[in-house]
Design a protein around this ligand. Structure first.
Ligand code: HEC
Ligand code: HEC
Length: 138
């Protein structure tokens, strides 16, 4: 086997034996204040993954814990201010989507998401590089 093949086989083995993310995350939740309290694990984890991609962060940006073993995380804790902010963002986004719904083409999906503003940044840009004029008037 060439080097490349060894790496491919190794990567496949790592993927096959690493516990899937869902196996390390609780299946019932004790501190949901914005998301539905009875949300199933799958949509909860999908939502969290979208946060991760929208801000280009890891779970520990908002949750107490570190490393790759998510079973040791305390997901219910509100100790990190970023989690509290993210909750406020969820509420803001719901209000934005209510206002956007009647504008433009009808859509069954939300028109704005975390990614709409964040685009992979923890704090979204407010103007293009090179300036955006007087920001008070957008
Ligand atoms: C940008 C911040 C952010 C990131 C990143 C994030 N979360 Fe969350 N997470 C939240 C917020 C906010 C809540 C609470 C939502 C609510 O109150 O309805 C939450 C709740 C949870 C809960 C429910 C805890 C409970 O018992 O109430 C779990 C489990 C969870 N997140 C897992 C994850 C996992 C796994 C990742 C990484 C893949 C992740 N989160 C990444 C913000 C984040
Ligand atoms: C309308 C635009 C907009 C949307 C939509 C939005 N955000 Fe934000 N978000 C911001 C802005 C602007 C800031 C920076 C606030 C500041 O610190 O000045 C921010 C800051 C944050 C922070 C704090 C980052 C830090 O480094 O302290 C988190 C966490 C966050 N947003 C999560 C989310 C999540 C999760 C969503 C989707 C539920 C979301 N945001 C949707 C505009 C947005």
């Amino acid at each position: 086997m060439g080097h490349r093949a060894v790496i491919v086989v190794f990567a496949a083995l790592v993927l096959a034996f690493a516990p899937p993310l869902v196996a390390q995350v609780p299946t019932t939740f004790t501190n949901l204040q914005v998301l539905p309290k009875d949300i199933a694990q799958r949509p909860l984890v999908d939502t969290m993954r979208r946060f991760v991609f929208a801000l280009d962060v890891r779970c520990e940006f908002c949750h107490v814990g570190e490393g790759n073993d998510l079973s040791k995380f305390d997901f219910a804790s509100d100790a990190k201010p970023t989690k509290v902010t993210a909750r406020a963002m969820l509420k803001m986004l719901a209000s934005i989507n209510t206002q956007l719904a009647p504008i433009g083409e009808p859509s069954t999906l939300p028109k704005a998401t975390c990614f709409t503003c964040h685009r992979g940044a923890r704090k979204p840009l407010t103007a293009p590089a090179g300036g955006g004029g007087d920001l008070r008037y957008n």
